[in-house]
Design a protein around this ligand. Structure first.
Ligand SMILES: Cc1cc2nc3c(=O)[nH]c(=O)nc-3n(C[C@H](O)[C@H](O)[C@H](O)COP(=O)(O)O)c2cc1C
Length: 339
């Protein structure tokens, strides 16, 4: 059924199709159609970061930036859902068009630029949700906030969502906020990790609950960069790492008519670079700190590959756009077969 819907939706501009799909999902969810027609995976429980997940396949950040569609998305069989990236203040993001489909490559290029309605809106939506599964909230910094002051935006985000999130992701890897990815290196990274751990400790005292913190990194990092991230993660006591975000490389799609569009490339072309980062992180971290694998999962094999590389959980985005909910079940089954 998703195949037929996709045929129609893919005739529309990507962002229009995206919004229409999510509104239709909301309606279908409210009418009880999702519960009837979507075939969800059988449970494959896993405990990671002290949390119980019904299965290890989650929805990656960026699809439901404002937590507007949690109830519908929550009926599709995901083991967890990550909403956001949310910034302290609402911001419009980049001018359209800012999302491009490359179906020949099962890929997307996007330069959305953290378009979102801000923390207050997201919190209101989260408070109104019926979804009772595992909820990750991904926080970022506003475009107008200079990098030197980014710590304050991340602290604001963590403090605001702390009482509602099961885990919080600190996003330092979007290519679409100028300078953001510089926060992944050297003293900036260490400084930020200590600051967010400090905010977590403050919130833990205030709320009497420990909420794990993960950092989301880019695939465009050499081995030294990955080694540095791993060391900083261990040293600061972070609870998890999400690898990876989209890539700025265009090698895999060279010659495509959209290849020169600015932004992050996701989907099949990022599969290998993302798995490489997971492997390199796992070589440094072992089982001391969980890795959430994301990037280019388009079928069961690519999902299982992330787990074999050392990830404890996986997330999907672009593959889900191309394949629909069937990808969730297929990924869970492939991971189950790993035993
Ligand atoms: C249109 C679009 C918007 C995205 N927005 C965000 C975002 O707001 N925050 C974030 O951490 N990642 C964002 N991502 C990255 C995805 O969460 C994911 O890390 C990346 O796309 C690789 O996974 P995939 O190949 O399964 O798509 C976005 C990806 C796409 C395609």
């Amino acid at each position: 059924m998703y195949g037929i819907m996709r045929e129609l939706l893919f005739r529309l501009p990507p962002e229009t199709a995206h919004n229409l799909t999510l509104s239709s999902l909301d309606v279908a969810g409210k009418l009880g159609l999702l519960n009837t027609f979507v075939s969800r995976p059988a449970p494959l429980p896993v405990r990671v970061m002290g949390l119980d997940f019904p299965n290890p396949v989650g929805l990656a950040a960026g699809l439901d930036k404002n937590a507007d569609h949690l109830d519908a998305l929550g009926q599709l069989g995901f083991g967890f859902i990550e909403v956001g990236t949310v910034t302290p203040l609402a911001q419009p993001g980049n001018p359209r068009p800012r999302m491009f489909r490359l179906p020949e490559h099962q890929a997307i290029i996007n330069r959305m630029g953290f378009n979102n309605h801000g923390l207050d809106h997201l919190l209101e939506r989260v408070d109104r949700r019926h979804y009772d599964g595992v909820l990750g909230i991904n926080v970022g910094k506003n475009k107008v906030t200079p990098n030197e002051e980014s710590e304050s935006d991340y602290r604001k985000g963590i403090a605001a969502v702390y009482s509602r999130a099961d885990y919080i992701t600190v996003n330092v890897s979007s290519p679409n906020t100028p300078g953001l990815r510089d926060l992944q290196f050297g003293d900036s990274l260490k400084g930020l990790m200590y600051a967010i751990k400090d905010e977590q400790a403050r919130c833990e005292k205030e709320h009497g609950r420990y909420v794990p913190l993960a950092v989301k990194i880019a695939p465009d990092m050499d081995d030294d960069g990955i080694g540095f991230v791993a060391a900083a993660l261990k040293e600061s006591g972070l609870d998890g790492v999400i690898a990876t975000n989209t890539t700025i490389s265009r090698e895999a799609v060279a010659g495509h008519r959209y290849a020169d569009e600015a932004g992050g490339l996701s989907g099949a072309p990022v599969r290998e670079p993302s798995t490489r980062v997971i492997q390199a992180l796992y070589a440094e971290l072992g089982d001391s700190l969980p890795i959430i694998g994301v990037g280019g999962i388009t079928d069961g094999d690519s999902a299982a590959e992330k787990i074999r590389a050392g990830a404890k959980l996986v997330q999907v985005y672009t593959g889900f756009i191309y394949r629909g909910p069937a990808l969730i079940r297929e990924s869970v089954e492939a991971i189950r077969r790993l035993g």
